[in-house]
Ligand binder design. Structure first.
Ligand code: BTN
Length: 254
């Protein structure tokens, strides 16, 4: 394994985030769970927590997140955040990651990184309250990216891997290219909200103009995302703005 760029990431990010630290753990249940535990016990400093191995990685909607040491990048960025409106944060994070990974990486609403119809990575955002003041919450932005190809493990198609696009890329180098732009973009989101990311998301939107099916069975055609990050779907009942993070959506079979 290559050395983790903890020092370089810290040097680049600390001027933007006073009190920032970088931590690399050989193993943890889940970097998101660890930062949520810390936040609930009053630790609300900005931190980038990387795990070489997660024993209980979590995805959206209560799904497990599978990863393997050396073959995946798994990290969480934790920081106090006080945007006027939180909606669209996972889309803004997705745009930041995709732009800094490879031109072929696209975004599937609300939080997936995709390459050619296969999932490359995902984002899980959780928040915890901290302190007495209103407004700011502690945000935990978890990112999992498949770096090396791995077997399908029961899936009909194997997940995408970044090495298909960037041969030889390792998790350490990928972290080095993502961390600073991610912090900048999260701070940009805090200042300006999703509106500032709408065109960036649209440029990589996998679902745009495609037939989709929502997890409640509703079928329609996706028409991009609104200013608040909701997915606009033209259905038999008219144009619906899907905002719920509890909804999943998939392209309809051709
Ligand atoms: C999804 O696609 O549903 C989101 C996957 C998020 C996985 C990352 S890996 C690092 C962080 N820790 C976790 O337990 N989950 C996120």
């Amino acid at each position: 394994m290559n050395p983790w760029p903890a020092e370089a990431v810290w040097e680049a990010v600390a001027p933007l985030l006073p009190g920032f630290t970088v931590e690399v753990l050989p193993e943890v249940d889940s970097t998101n769970s660890e930062l949520m535990r810390r936040a609930r016990s009053g630790q609300a400093e900005p931190v980038l927590l990387v795990a070489e191995r997660q024993t209980a990685g979590r995805g959206r909607l209560g799904r497990p997140w599978q990863s393997a040491a050396g073959a995946s990048l798994t990290f969480s960025l934790g920081l106090p955040l006080a945007p006027v409106d939180w909606s669209g944060l996972s889309l803004a994070v997705g745009a930041s990651l995709a732009e800094n990974l490879h031109p072929a990486v696209r975004l599937k609403w609300p939080n997936d990184l995709w390459v050619e119809e296969r999932k490359l990575g995902g984002i899980l955002i959780e928040t915890a309250s901290f302190g007495e003041g209103a407004g700011a919450r502690y945000a935990v932005i978890g990112v999992g990216i498949n770096i090396a190809p791995r077997p399908a493990e029961g899936l009909s198609t194997p997940p995408a891997a970044l090495q298909d696009l960037l041969p030889g890329a390792g998790p350490e180098a990928v972290l080095a290219r993502l961390a600073l732009p991610l912090v900048r973009d999260v701070q940009g989101f805090e200042q300006a909200g999703f509106r500032a990311f709408q065109a960036r998301f649209a440029a990589r939107d996998v679902l745009r103009d495609r037939a989709v099916v929502l997890s409640d069975g509703t079928a329609g055609t996706a028409h991009g995302v609104g200013e608040d990050g909701s997915l606009l779907v033209h259905t038999a009942a008219g144009l619906q703005a899907i905002a719920s993070s509890e909804v999943s959506v998939r392209p309809a079979a051709p």
